[in-house]
Design a binder for this molecule. Structure first.
Ligand code: 13P
Ligand code: SF4
Length: 360
């Protein structure tokens, strides 16, 4: 008889993720009329308070539309950080997950940074606590510390470089050319992919994204038989066996651009299904198909959809903006330290042409 997930001993980080999810509330559904009224109230408040909305592609389509219509921004985590730093709003509302809000605050200490809910976090951030991470760095002092943006402000402050998925390969390639050995954290799949692609000497932390880890190569091979002309696009947080089959590997923005530009009319997508909102907009005539997941993991509450991204809604955005609650605050000394590797990433992005990888 199969064991129920509750009977299976959980690794400590998986248990932590499960605890977060158990207390997380998902937004209730809304009627069209209520939604339109709420949107008007949010728009009025945004004007009154000189606030701008920055949303990630995995958040609800209503939030993405609102950001687009109000002079805000929808993008991948690198672009969100860049926009937040450059825009002249007094208040930034970051719809996404906590590390995105923290990056915005670190880069714009004088702005008020709000989130629809501070409960929205990320399995990679949870699985990389600063005390253990610091000990890992101390034990490997000869290595340049490169961390994924999906980490806490404290972990960023301990790093030499912060990178996002759109820039990670280029930065590691650059460091390798300088003869540097790398300590990488926290995503093991992205780390493995970079190590394999660049040949860099990398020591990897062992954590994963609970959403991308669920994509399965075997199911994807079967799907390819069903859609032989389809292109497969994958986010590099996916497992190695999935990336091996992909035609394009890239950040959310890089996936959207590839879907728009490739000649294929059928596109299989191995990333969070929130991205479909933008995909349908940029290529309305194409057919988008979500890559198969196992769907029975102990932590992934809804397949191919990040449970924390799903916590962002029009209602909690309104509540946060009207009361200026759910504010991101980062200790000033920590922020000063974390700003150095974050700025290093933005400078690198501004001065290098980033490459998109894959067979297509
Ligand atoms: P991007 O930087 O590609 O938007 O990815 C962020 C993320 O959390 C993916 O799971
Ligand atoms: Fe974190 Fe994965 Fe959610 Fe992205 S999709 S925020 S990596 S848990």
């Amino acid at each position: 008889m199969p064991q129920s997930p509750d009977n299976i001993p959980l690794a400590s980080d998986t248990k932590l993720v499960k605890d977060y999810l158990d207390r997380a509330a998902l937004p209730p559904a809304m009627s069209g009329a209520d939604k339109a009224e709420l949107e008007q109230k949010i728009k009025a408040l945004m004007l009154e308070k000189n606030a701008k909305l920055v949303a990630h592609y995995y958040t609800d389509g209503d939030l993405q539309e609102l950001a687009d219509k109000t002079g805000g921004f929808v993008g991948d985590s690198l672009e969100m950080a860049r926009f937040g730093k450059e825009c002249d709003a007094d208040i930034l509302i970051v719809a996404g997950v906590r590390f995105m809000g923290e990056s915005a605050k670190i880069l714009s200490p004088d702005k008020t940074v709000l989130m629809p809910t501070l409960e929205a976090t990320c399995s990679l951030d949870i699985a990389c606590p600063i005390d253990k991470f610091s000990a890992f760095c101390d034990a490997n002092p000869d290595r340049t510390v490169v961390v994924y943006a999906n980490t806490s402000a404290a972990v960023k402050a301990r790093s030499d470089w912060v990178v996002t998925s759109s820039i990670a390969l280029d930065v590691v390639e650059h460091l390798m050319e300088q003869g540097e050995k790398i300590l990488w954290a926290p995503d093991r799949h992205l780390g493995h992919y970079i190590k394999k692609t660049t040949g860099a000497d990398m020591l990897l932390w062992d954590a994963a994204c609970i959403v991308h880890e669920e994509f399965k190569a075997r199911g994807l091979q079967d799907m390819r038989q069903m859609y032989p002309d389809a292109a497969i696009l994958a986010h590099p947080e996916s497992p190695d066996a999935v990336l091996n089959i992909a035609d394009v590997i890239g950040s959310t923005t890089q996936i959207i651009n590839a879907a728009r530009d490739l000649p294929q009319m059928d596109i299989i997508v191995a990333t969070d299904q929130g991205i479909f909102h933008k995909l349908q907009k940029v290529a309305p005539d194409k057919r988008f198909i979500i890559a198969p997941t196992a769907g029975n993991d102990a932590t992934c509450r809804s397949c191919a959809h990040c449970p924390w991204m799903a916590m962002n809604s029009l209602q909690n955005l309104y509540d946060s903006l009207s009361h200026e609650s759910d504010e991101i605050l980062v200790d000033a000394d920590l922020a000063e330290q974390a700003m150095i590797p974050l700025r290093r990433m933005l400078y690198f992005a501004a001065t290098h042409q980033l490459k998109v990888r894959g067979k297509a």
